[in-house]
Design a protein around this ligand. Sequence first.
Ligand SMILES: [Zn+2]
Ligand SMILES: [Zn+2]
Length: 356
Amino acid sequence: MQHYRVTRSLATLCAVLTAAWGLTSPPVSAVGPGNLRVSFVDVGQGDGAVAVTPAGQAIVIDAGPRDASDAMRAELRALGVKKLDWVVASHPHADHIGGLPELIASFPPRQVLDPTYVHGTALQKRFLKQVGSSGARLVRARAGSSIQLDPSVKLQVLAPPARLFQGGDSDANNNSIVCRLSFGATYFLFTGDLEADGRAALLKNSPADQLRADVLKVAHHGSHNGADPAFLAAVRPRIAVISCGKGNDYGHPHREALDQLARSGSRILRTDQLGTIRCVSDGKTVRVVSKLPVLPPKQLLVPARVGGGFIGNPRSHVVHAADCKQAPRLGNRAEFKDLRKALSAGYRSHAACLGR
Ligand SMILES: [Zn+2]
Ligand SMILES: [Zn+2]
C-alpha cells in the first residue's frame, strides 16, 4: 500500500512513502468506515469509476464500454455496494456509457446526472430508456451545481457550462461532465473526455483553486488533447490516473500527455498496466492500492514505459528509459524489456527519466 500525504511538496511526498505497495494490500472491503473509497475500474478502453462515501452512498462515474459491465458489477460487489445513489454519465460516447444500461438494470440508481447533450445515437437512446424504466431521476448537470453526497462528501459540478459547446472538434467530448469529489482535504477530479476547448473554458470560468485535486482522472484516456500545462498547473495533481485499454487502437496514452504529466510532477497510474486502481481517502491522506508485484516502494512509483524497454549502464548500474537522452549508447549498455529485471540485477533507476 502506498500513502500520499496531502501536503503538496514533492520532498514531503517522498519522505512519507511508507509501506510496500501491493505487499500487504487489504481487500478493499476491509477498509473501515470513515473513508472515501474511489476505484478506477479496469474497463479496457474507456472510463469507469466507483466511489463509496463514509456514510455508504455509492456513485458510479461512467461504466466503460458494453463489455465492461461485468467488471463494474464485480467492483461494486467488492465494495459492498447493493444499490446506487448516483450515476454520472460524463458524456454519451460508447466507451463511457456503453456499460451503463446493463449496470443500471442490475443496480438501479436513485439519480442520474447527465450533460443532456443530444448525441442521437442508438446507444444514447437505449441508455435514456433504461434510465426511464429504472425509475431514476434524470438530473441535468451544469457548472456551479453541487451535490452533498453525505455530510462529509461533496460532488461539485464544474462543467459543462450553462450554454453547451457547439461547433468544436468534438462537442460530445467538450460537453463532458467535469466533477470534483471532495472529502476533508482530499480531492478527486473527473474530467470525462474534455478536450482543449473545454479545458480552456473551464480554466477561464473556475475560481482559483476550484480545480485543485490530489487525484486527477486524466481527460480522454491520456490522448494528446487530454492534458496541457495550464490545466495541470491549476489542478496540481499528485496522482494522475489514465484509464485506457491495453494495446488500444488509439495508441492512448499519447507521448505528449505522458510528458506533460511527468513534467507536472504527478505520478502516472494506468489501468492498462495496473488493472483496477483503488484509492482510499481518510480525509487527509490518499492511499493507493494496486496489485503490482512486490518491489521497493520508490520503484513502484516509477511510471512504466510501454515499448522501447530500458537501458542499463553496466558501469554506473543506472537504468534509463530507452528514450532517455542520458541512456548509454550502443556498445556499452545492457537492455531490459522489464524494469523489474534491471532492478533485481542491481540497477537503480535514473530519477530524471524514471522517477525517484
Ligand atoms: Zn472516451
Ligand atoms: Zn468521448
